[in-house]
Design a protein. Sequence first.
Length: 221
Amino acid sequence: MRALFVTTSASQLAPGHPTGLWLEEFAVPYLAVTEAGITVTVSSPLGGPVPLDPKTAPTDEQRDTWARPLEALQHSATLASVKDETYDAIFIPGGHGPMVDLARNATLHALVSRHDAAGKVIAAVCHGPAALVHASRTDGQPFFKGRRATGFTNAEEFLARLKDVVPFLLQDEMEASGADFHSALLPLLSHVEQDGKLITGQNPNSSEAVAQALVAALSGH
């Protein structure tokens, strides 16, 4: 079994607002998937080291616990180099970076469309679904149309004090593309939605639940 983890290459959300990958949303699923015997390829638009959001810089304890995922983030392949490969799952972790460089990435969208048509697992957490809002199915319909899904909410963006900084509000954009959007009763609680082979998590606290759902989907459970 093979999974493609697609990460951001963006390190700047707006002037004075550094961004990147939210480490927990990558590290927790990476460990869960690899420990289940699934091979992970890490990719990004530019390849090479993946920028981390400064707010998610690992503690000494996390550097030890997440040593393998941190090492994997130093050597991402370019999306262009994997665009013709076939994987059993595509997973997109968040941080605000995907809003900058994955939301309109045609190479990723072609890869997603092909894997979606083949019935492969597609998963994303927090701002990861931003990479899918402008993707399409092979029949031209929006990727999210009629699908139950979740992502970082407008309320959570307000609490993060970035509501007026982000290029768009993820919840609004998902709903505009036809998503049947659901979220936890309170901001920042773990919440996961699964609609067929589509798995989405609401926020960083959903990382573990998304990881478990991803492993279960790949294991056929």
